[in-house]
Design a protein around this ligand. Sequence first.
Ligand code: 8DG
Ligand code: MG
Length: 172
Amino acid sequence: MPPPQQSASGSAPTAGAAAAAPAPPPEKPRPRVGMGVLIEEAGTGRICMGQRLNSLGHGEWALPGGHLEHGEAFEECARREVEEETGLVIGGVRLVAVENVVFDSGHHYVVLFMHGTAPAGSAPEVLEPTKCAQWAWVTWDELRALTPVFRPLRQLLDRGFRLGGGGGALGS
Ligand code: 8DG
Ligand code: MG
């Protein structure tokens, strides 16, 4: 039978030994996953746009949205962000486009664009007043003319994206 294992000094290792280990190198920054939701009002086809108060894109017009949370499905994230920010309940949620967005500030996001439908006549509410000044329903032509527009959406529009097809759905 082999002898029982022992440390060189014959005693158990102390907690101090672990503390002396070198610190791991700092992690390289990696892109985050952002989401913008094209909410279409049933019947009118208008889209919900908001004026941002967040530091990134302050004052710019953008879609409701936010960060994909750990373990979250795309559709779940879209419904959650829309409800938290506007109170709207959307259905028929699906992924319609993806953009790779590197902001001038250095932020890097892979942006998922989702589409969903809100019942006719529903009114978006400003539920996070520190993040959004106002919501507005706009036609697709009005949306294309809004300025300034948050970079992810600008990038999507510049690539020729249109609701209901055309323009391609993937950008890099
Ligand atoms: P969260 O922490 O609640 O998830 O985010 P938030 O408080 O809603 O912040 P946000 O700025 O609205 O969204 C987080 C980031 O998501 C934003 O800084 C950049 C990224 N993002 C895109 N595209 C879009 C978009 O079209 N709309 C919104 N709202 N965010 C987007 O990259
Ligand atoms: Mg948001």
